[in-house]
Ligand binder design. Sequence first.
Ligand code: FAD
Length: 117
Amino acid sequence: QLGNATAKAELGRATWKLLHTMASRYPLEPKPDERAAIKQWIYLLSRLYPCGECADHFQEMLKKHPPQTASRASLSNWACSVHNIVNIRLGKPEFDCSTLADVYKCGCADEPTAESG
Ligand code: FAD
């Protein structure tokens, strides 16, 4: 049973987009409860992720690469590097993590624009 590859890919794209965009808006200097909240969210996501095969891989990966929650930069880089581990496993190209800030915008009213920096 191959499942539905199109639906699986679409779910993956949506999930990565949410994860990277959340990381891009995570506090620069998070408080302990904010660190606990994102960590819990990531572990719950890995447990509840609807593609069972993906969830298994993700949980294994979290054991080796636990979420780095100390700052926005550390969380964003962590998310980029675990996504790259999945990319490599699936035979996809590696992503350049130095471009993250330009890619993941939330569309929020208080987000800095190109003009304001
Ligand atoms: P995606 O990998 O979905 O990426 C979407 C976009 O994000 C890319 O087009 C690129 O612009 C950007 N991007 C790429 N790499 C990075 C990065 N490192 N950092 C930031 N941005 C990046 N699929 C399976 O078949 N088997 C699995 O076991 C599996 N496990 C998964 C586990 C998790 C936790 C998730 C979220 C998804 C998993 N997927 C799995 C789905 C898979 O990762 C892809 O989402 C799916 O194959 C669609 O790939 P894509 O080429 O469209 O790009």
